[in-house]
Design a protein around this ligand. Sequence first.
Ligand SMILES: Cc1cc2nc3c(=O)[nH]c(=O)nc-3n(C[C@H](O)[C@H](O)[C@H](O)COP(=O)(O)OP(=O)(O)OC[C@H]3O[C@@H](n4cnc5c(N)ncnc54)[C@H](O)[C@@H]3O)c2cc1C
Length: 436
Amino acid sequence: MRIGVIGAGAAGLSAAYDFTRAGHGVTVYESAPFVGGQASTIEVGGGRLERGYHHLFTNDTAILDLMAELGIDGSMRWIPSTVGIYTNGKVYPWSTPFDLLRFGALSLRDRIKLGMVAKRLQRMKDWRSLEGVSAAQWIRENAGSSIYEKVWEPLLRGKFGDRFENVGMPWFWSKIQTRFASRDRLGREKLGYPVNSFDEVFDTLVQRIRSKGGEVVLDTPVTRVLVENGTANGLRVKLPDGTETEERFDLILATVPSYVFPKLVDLPDAYLEKLTSVEYMGAVLLILEMTHPLTSIYWMNIADREVPFLGIIEQTNLMPAELYGGSNVLYLPNYLDRHDELYLMSADDLLDVYLPYLSRFNPSFDRSWITRVHHNRVSAAQPVIGTNYSQRIPEHPTPISNLFLANTTQIYPEDRGTNYSIRMGREVAAMMLKGT
Ligand SMILES: Cc1cc2nc3c(=O)[nH]c(=O)nc-3n(C[C@H](O)[C@H](O)[C@H](O)COP(=O)(O)OP(=O)(O)OC[C@H]3O[C@@H](n4cnc5c(N)ncnc54)[C@H](O)[C@@H]3O)c2cc1C
């Protein structure tokens, strides 16, 4: 069979890898000039760094198994994480249960309650009973408004903007599950990172696909899925020289966001409604290369609405600066509506907005520390997973025969991530091959 794949991110490449392993002819079309999608990298100080911060948890078994299968699992490094939370003008360590007990922004009673509520969620296995309730409502009712307002509301708001009240409780439950799964008996969290960056995973997949005769074509967006009598049978693509061409395929897998998919193919109303009912937050990231570290923390949550970014992810507090030519590297992320002023701002203007706040995290900070700035926007960074979400997930087989969809809106109840896109890409590949 000839199989066409739209998108060379984690889902598209892992599916394509399985198609070629099963002996089929595959062409992957990618609109960007690079592979890896949201987990793709840029050059920083001679090394590779993700456009958006990336790490793995110990229960990310789909990507870890794939790395082992590809023979690159030796690249994984597991590092005790350093987590902080900034609130009331102060940075509090937030890495272990003992840090929680020392968290002075809450009363002792609330600290104990917060720990107990988190533990209760960790032990709870039936997320379906949480489907009908929003995270905001559940936390308020079960942890109280002080804990909600001081800790969780700013974090939910940071991730989901004005839509934070809509987020379903299963999303929050799955976050707690993942973070606890990556902790040892003393509650210390370990995070994983492939020392050669996530690029190694994608590059190795591309090599394997090509070694079996498959193609991965960059800079070549799909502009139309060709359909005849309700059956998809080809793709129209735009070549780098601007001309368009059509290729015939027996099966097609699209891994594009739900708002892109209907632009490629006409779909029946019921399916279209599922696609359009899920909104995405965009993400905008400034990556600073600096002469000095800003903090000693890898993952700084910011629970203070005055600060105009959502966190500080200091990569070189997880991995050594030598990987990046000796530079200290940090991300200043924001999840925003794609029409938000900050999302649309130029890198220079955004830096001007952010700069006055950096000295809150290190009073010695000086602008001269910054040697280089990178700017990245991701339009479909985070689907907004609302209440009763399971009823809104579009099916992988679309109403058009031989056309399948695998994107991050179909990952549930877990939060989206490379692990789950790889798991989904491989599951949908198996589903597609089984059905033929
Ligand atoms: C800021 C940020 C931080 C993150 N942190 C983590 C983390 O710590 N750990 C983790 O595991 N995950 C993390 N993720 C999530 C992870 O990166 C994604 O869930 C995963 O990479 C999605 O893979 P995908 O293949 O499903 O989609 P994508 O990566 O979006 O791939 C879809 C591909 O389709 C291409 N495409 C779109 N339209 C067309 C077209 N018409 N023709 C051809 N190609 C097209 C796109 O260019 C893209 O390459 C993070 C994401 C962001 C944005």
